[in-house]
Design a protein around this ligand. Structure first.
Ligand code: SF4
Ligand code: SF4
Length: 63
């Protein structure tokens, strides 16, 4: 099951304390930047949960 991104908690990538950390750590390319915000590519997500564990804003979870 792919992750869910709370865009209110995330905010703009430019304001991320980790400077878009989730994009950097997702080895599957499932998290990409679009117009300054995080966009999930669900088909690419392999459920590794690394982004959930490392997001400084706790903006990524599973439903
Ligand atoms: S690591 Fe968290 S706060 Fe930073 S861009 Fe990704 S989802 Fe947003
Ligand atoms: S759970 Fe893993 S594969 Fe899925 S978006 Fe997060 S870091 Fe990428």
């Amino acid at each position: 099951m792919p992750v869910v991104i709370d865009l209110e908690k995330c905010g703009k990538i430019a304001e991320c304390p980790g400077e878009g950390l989730c994009i950097k750590i997702c080895e599957q390319g499932a998290l990409i930047e679009k117009e300054g915000e995080i966009v999930l590519v669900p088909d690419n997500c392999d459920d590794c949960d690394l982004c959930i564990q490392n997001c400084p804003n706790q903006a990524i979870s599973k439903e």
